[in-house]
Design a protein around this ligand. Structure first.
Ligand SMILES: Cc1cc2nc3c(=O)[nH]c(=O)nc-3n(C[C@H](O)[C@H](O)[C@H](O)COP(=O)(O)OP(=O)(O)OC[C@H]3O[C@@H](n4cnc5c(N)ncnc54)[C@H](O)[C@@H]3O)c2cc1C
Length: 300
């Protein structure tokens, strides 16, 4: 199928995902002779780098989410479809979104990443941080931990509630651990009567020998020092071996907590599977230097 079969004036570019990748592709095509369709499962573009601020009550969700229609409203050659894409038929040049078939001449897939738990079923104990729902869920868990500690009579349970464990010392884990420490030791410091939030224990666990592994070692060291100044306990070279509703295990050591934040791993969206593309263990499609897939070229 091509654009002439469906009445389009110009070749149709369908973009799945209105994150940074999908939106910048759409806006770059603003003056090009294409009909652009952006399909996203949400009606807003999310600024993920500030999710941690929502998760720690520094910002509200509306501060980091902008309507996709608003962003592309003035772009005459672009339209937006709110739908969850479930598959791509490369042989027919169509994507399938909630039962609807959307034809394309060119397809851009920019569906981002998801949490990875390395084969473990830990997501209910250790929620991650990728979406607005994740951030508001974590915010509720963190704030309720302080509230429950305030009225908890059992000292062991109170300690468990005031322990916060962040797993993964990449940028998200570093930001989350720092933000929880600031919340406990500054923002909430004088808001409670039975507990002292400044006594909260925040532990950041990283399996590698340093934080922020892809960055220069001097930055890893600076991040570690800053976190420790905020009162975060940084545990390097330590892998989590189990998670449950009352804590994490680090080999034979046990850390009791009611709040675990998972920032240890991501995997790609199922895009490579949709496309039948060659991919690595994390689901990342193997692309050429121009980000195209050989398989797409065969069928389109
Ligand atoms: C907590 C956090 C902090 C970060 N901090 C930084 C930072 O400080 N600096 C930095 O450079 N990067 C940071 N990043 C990384 C950065 O946000 C990502 O690299 C970037 O968002 C990736 O853009 P993307 O367009 O590939 O995917 P995304 O932004 O994830 O967008 C994917 C889009 O696809 C949509 N989608 C997915 N699946 C479907 C489907 N099946 N159907 C329809 N729509 C779908 C989603 O709704 C989403 O809108 C951070 C990420 C996180 C999670």
């Amino acid at each position: 199928m091509n654009s002439s079969n469906t009445g389009s004036r110009f070749p149709r570019v369908v973009i799945i995902g209105a994150g940074f990748g999908g939106l910048s592709a759409a806006t770059r095509l603003a003056k090009a002779p294409f009909d652009v369709t952006v399909v996203d499962r949400h009606n807003y573009h999310l600024f993920q780098p500030l999710l941690y601020q929502v998760a720690t009550a520094g910002l509200s969700p509306a501060d980091i989410a902008s309507p996709i229609r608003g962003i592309l409203g003035r772009q005459k050659n672009a339209k937006v479809i709110l739908a969850q894409v479930s598959s791509v038929h490369t042989a027919r040049n169509e994507i399938v979104a909630e039962g609807r078939r959307i034809p394309y001449d060119y397809l851009i897939v920019a569906t981002g990443a998801e949490h990875a738990y390395f084969g473990h079923d830990w997501s209910s104990y250790a929620p991650g941080l990728k979406t607005i729902d994740d951030a508001t869920y974590l915010r509720r868990r963190i704030l309720l931990a302080f509230e429950r500690a305030e009225t908890e009579a059992d000292p062991d349970e109170r300690r468990r509630l005031l322990n916060f464990v962040v797993v993964g010392g990449g940028p998200t884990g570093v930001e989350m651990a720092g933000a929880i420490a600031e919340l406990a030791k500054r923002a909430l410091a004088s808001d409670f009567r039975s507990i002292d939030p400044r006594c909260a224990r925040i532990v950041l666990i990283e399996a590698a020998p340093r934080l922020l592994a892809p960055f220069d070692p001097s930055l890893s060291e600076a991040a570690r020092r800053s976190l420790e100044q905020l009162g975060v306990e940084v545990r390097l070279g330590t892998g989590v071996t189990d998670c449950d509703c009352s804590g994490v295990s680090l080999g034979r050591e046990r850390l009791e907590t009611r709040t675990i934040v998972w920032a240890a791993g991501v995997k790609a969206s199922p895009a490579a599977e949709w496309l039948g593309a060659d991919h690595d263990r994390a689901g990342r499609a193997k692309v050429a230097a121009d980000l195209s897939l050989p398989v797409i070229r065969i069928f389109s």
